[in-house]
Design a protein around this ligand. Structure first.
Ligand SMILES: Nc1ncnc2c1ncn2[C@@H]1O[C@H](COP(=O)(O)OP(=O)(O)O)[C@@H](O)[C@H]1O
Ligand SMILES: [Mg+2]
Length: 152
């Protein structure tokens, strides 16, 4: 799959869903090669993270999609020649500190109608691909990083 095709699809969806109030800024590494992964499942991960960002922004502002290659990178105890890193960055208020340690557990949500499954499912899909999702958050800057091995 081509990671930038997936990101372009999510960018379009997000911009349509937010009726243009949220825009996505691209910061792509064009040298990233294609790799073996399920594009629909990777789309689900990036869409889930991006929808959370839109909700955090309360319909105003910009999200950044950034891609980079990481060489000789260890994921879950295994060393990989080449890893794809996708950052999804938003300038919203940040993750409430009380839920940050349990962010990827099911049923952790700060929203009244939130099921709290989005990030748990996203992390499960990433793990099934040999990858993982990390998060760093402070008010004004939240960054989710999806790391995927690019073998094959
Ligand atoms: N970009 C973000 N900015 C602020 N909070 C976030 C962000 N992404 C996730 N969160 C927090 O993490 C919680 C869990 O997210 P998620 O697993 O998708 O469940 P849900 O969206 O159903 O609440 C959200 O309720 C929200 O509090
Ligand atoms: Mg969600």
């Amino acid at each position: 799959m081509n990671i930038h095709e997936v990101l372009e699809r999510v960018k379009q969806l997000i911009e349509v869903e937010s009726e243009g109030a949220v825009s996505v800024v691209r910061n792509y590494d064009p040298s990233l090669p294609e790799f073996n992964a399920d594009p629909d499942q990777i789309t689900q991960i990036i869409l889930n993270i991006s929808r959370n960002a839109v909700q955090a922004l309360q319909g105003q502002g910009g999200i950044t999609f950034k891609t980079r290659a990481k060489r000789q990178y260890t994921l879950g105890g295994q060393r990989h020649k080449l890893v794809c890193a996708v950052d999804i960055i938003d300038p919203g208020p940040g993750i409430p500190p009380d839920i940050l340690p349990q962010l990827f557990l099911p049923m952790v949500s700060s929203r009244a109608k939130g099921a709290g499954l989005g990030l748990a499912i996203a992390q499960m899909i990433a793990n099934r691909h040999g990858g993982l999702i990390q998060c760093q958050s402070e008010p004004g800057n939240t960054c989710f990083t999806l790391l995927l091995p690019m073998e094959g």
